[in-house]
Ligand binder design. Structure first.
Ligand code: ADP
Length: 428
């Protein structure tokens, strides 16, 4: 090579790289259009993983989002065959490469050099690298998904075909990660705007009632008894609006992922006793018998105590609200029989009542947002948000909530939650 050739070789390479980038950005524009048309978060994340795989021609990609409950990185989607086969659901923040990226907010590239000598390299300690052993990847790229200065997740690309991730690959992935973060945020906002539309619909009825009450109170010919009755329904509607406002704010925070759960290890039994104490006056006030049957100890959860309390209180107050005079409410809790020792054990918390029950056509909708069964509507005031919020909380704790009910024979709500494992962490 002559000295005169050198700049022209560099120049040619620069032009080639530039052409690759321009071609990729054109592809990226198409992909972004594709991202904005996704209707669900899972669908969106799958499109992002596929886009990364195609754009930089790698073996596979994985998109992780930070979970508000555990703070861990949950796998949203992956195109990597090894990871897909392993069905890994989350990467621990403290020991994964993705966790490093989340903490630093900066991309990281691992070259084949770092990956090929795993015994002496810190890369072995990275959770996702060790996971793929013994087939150690040749190259690894991890980038933060940043929205409004907050790192909401990580995009990883694994095994660039035929080599390492180049600076052009990283520039392409960075552009994709930026678009993906905006798309995730938009999806969350879109879901919120749906929620707001439903709220506006819900507040119309109490607002109309308030308008009518105000017009009636304005009439000079209104008798004292009527005035009292109008004032009482006015107060009821105001209370309902207040309840709606509180529950709506709670729900909006939960749905936006802004409510940080604060999991701790605690025993369920004292929590149940606390809940029982709170609802006792309500039971007595309504002439109801309150039966408690729970295992004295051994039911340890790793969960957000305040949120679990909220769920139990909601079920208990519904059991009071939708009960019959002289009826009964039973609160039960037990370790689930037959569950294996260690990880995977669960407990059930049951709230049963002797009320009129729920019609079979209402049952499938009972946990939906703003749903109120016709038969219950006349019986008690409510917002139709309590059970929806309860389901959200329970499912965020990897549990489930279900109901059995026969008209005329009461209802039984059951919450199944994983018990804390030996290490006191959320079971995997
Ligand atoms: P709210 O009680 O504020 O309306 P929830 O989401 O807690 O909202 O409950 C949704 C609906 O489910 C209620 O409106 C009621 O119709 C029905 N429901 C809930 N719990 C019971 C119960 N224990 N017995 C009968 N119906 C119930």
């Amino acid at each position: 090579m002559t000295t005169a050739d050198a700049p022209s070789v560099g120049h040619d390479t620069a032009i080639r790289n530039y052409q690759v980038l321009v071609r990729r950005y054109a592809q990226l524009l198409d992909l972004v259009r594709d991202l904005t048309s996704a209707l669900h978060l899972n669908d969106l994340l799958e499109r992002v993983a596929l886009a990364a795989t195609r754009l930089v021609e790698c073996e596979g990609a994985v998109v992780l989002l930070r979970d508000p409950l555990s703070g861990e990185l949950q796998v949203g989607a992956t195109t990597h065959p090894g990871l897909a086969r392993l069905r890994v659901r989350e990467f621990p923040v403290e020991s994964s490469l993705a966790g490093q990226v989340l903490a630093r907010g900066e991309p990281i590239v691992l070259s084949s050099e770092a990956l090929q000598r795993p015994t002496t390299q810190s890369s072995l300690r990275y959770y996702e690298v060790a996971l793929l052993a013994p087939a150690y990847p040749q190259s690894f790229a991890a980038l933060p998904l940043v929205s409004k200065d907050v790192c909401i997740g990580v995009l990883e690309a694994i095994n660039r075909s035929g080599g390492q991730f180049s600076p052009e690959d990283m520039a392409t992935l960075e552009a994709l990660a930026g678009q993906a973060a905006v798309a995730v945020e938009n999806m969350r906002l879109f879901e919120q705007s749906d929620l707001i539309a439903e709220l506006v619909h819900e507040i119309r009825t109490p607002l109309t009632a308030l308008g009518t009450a105000a017009a009636l109170l304005d009439r000079s010919d209104l008798g004292e008894i009527q005035r009292h009755s109008v004032l009482s329904s006015l107060r009821q509607e105001i209370a309902r609006l207040n309840e709606l406002a509180d529950e709506f704010l709670d729900l909006a925070r939960l749905e936006a992922g802004r409510a940080r759960f604060q999991p701790t290890r605690f025993s369920l039994t004292p929590l149940l006793a606390e809940c029982a104490e709170i609802v006792m006056p309500l039971m007595h006030g309504n002439g109801l018998k309150f039966v408690r049957q729970f295992d004295p100890e051994g039911l340890d959860l790793f969960a957000d105590r305040v949120r679990i309390k909220q769920v139990i209180l909601n079920l208990l107050s519904n059991a009071v609200k939708y009960n019959s005079p002289g009826g009964q409410v039973t609160l039960r809790a037990r370790r689930n029989a037959g569950a294996p020792q260690g990880d995977g054990e669960s407990c059930s918390i049951e709230v049963a009542d002797s009320g009129p029950g729920i019609a079979s056509e209402s049952l499938p909708h009972i946990f939906e947002r703003f749903y109120r069964a016709k038969e219950g509507e006349q019986r008690a005031q409510g917002t139709g948000l309590g059970l929806y919020i309860a389901r959200h909380i329970v499912e965020s704790h990897r549990g489930r909530i279900e109901v059995d009910s026969q008209p005329g024979q009461g209802s039984e709500f059951r919450v199944v939650l994983p018990l804390a494992n030996i290490a006191g962490r959320l079971p995997g």
